[in-house]
Every structure is written in C-alpha cells, then in structure tokens.
Design a protein around this ligand. Sequence first.
Ligand code: ZN
Length: 194
Amino acid sequence: MPKHISQINLLKEFFVNNPKRDIAHPEVVDWATKEYSIRTGKVFRDPDRGVRLLAQKGFLIKVKKGVYKYDPDYVHDRHLEDFTPTQKKEILHRDGYRCVMCGRGVKDGVELHVDHIKPKDLGGKATISNGQVLCATHNFRKKNYKQTETGKKMFIRLYETAKSIGDTQTMNFTAQILKVFEENDVNGHIEWKK
Ligand SMILES: [Zn+2]
C-alpha cells in the first residue's frame, strides 16, 4: 500500500529542509516529482501550482518570478504584517480618505482599502509608510494589472531618452501612448513630465 502523502505537505517539507535559500522552480519541482513517485507510486501533477499556492498563502516569499524562499522567521511574523485598525485609521487620515490613484472617496460611492505598497508576499511590512489608500477598483487593478505600471515607466524612459537626443519621431510615438494611459486613467500615480 502506498503511503498517503499530501502534495502540499511534500512541497512544504522541501522548503522547510532548505530554509532561507532562494530556490528556483526546477529544483523543487524535480525533487517533489521524484519524491512523490518514490513514496506513493503516483504522478505529482503540476507542482508549480502548489508552490504558487504556498506563496499566496504566505508560507513562502516570492523572491522574483519563479524563485521562492522559505524563511521561518517571516512565516512566524507574517500575520503581524496586517495593518492594525489604528494604523488603518492613520493611513486613511494621511491620504485624506481618498484613493491615492483617482482621488475618489466614500462620498463618491467607492469602497476604500488600505493597501500594502510593497505587498506582504514580497516581504512588505505593516508600517504607515508602506500603506496607501486605494479604491476597490484601483486595488483590484494593482493586484491584477501590475504590468501596466512597468509599461508606463518604460514609455516614460523611452520618451525621455528620445527627448535628450532630439529624436522627435520616437518622442511623438511615446507621447501618443502615454496619452492613452492618461485618457484611460491608468497608473495616474506615475507622473509623466512632458
Ligand atoms: Zn481609485
């Protein structure tokens, strides 16, 4: 009879035995796949998904794309990284009870959230300076469309480089794209100085 073993626990076992080390996907995936087969005689499908789940749950720190780390101190502290009601109040007060991206507040009919600027799963702390007020829309957008920020920053850099060397064609091209960001109110918090 193959021993019953949970796939998630197997992944946890690997990380717990390799604490405080940056681990790329292939290392843990290869080990878990082989180990699961040895212990159960079955195939471990999609261990990547399990690793991502552990990061979402706060068991692992996502160091960068495809690289994760287990830090026992961090896991222990993580629940402390939620803002306390007092901190939330202070952040709301500091930001004027408005979303820092669109400026809308409760009287405009939007729900406000206190967001970790650097997310908890990237090691962000519950400090006043790491907090910001976002409306539900911008909070969702931040979580799900972070890449638009990278895009806007890239076009700003491109625009500035083109400007510095007097490349008007590239300046016009990037200015048009940045205008689209502004017209659609995407990433308004990233300032573009024309
Ligand atoms: Zn907003």
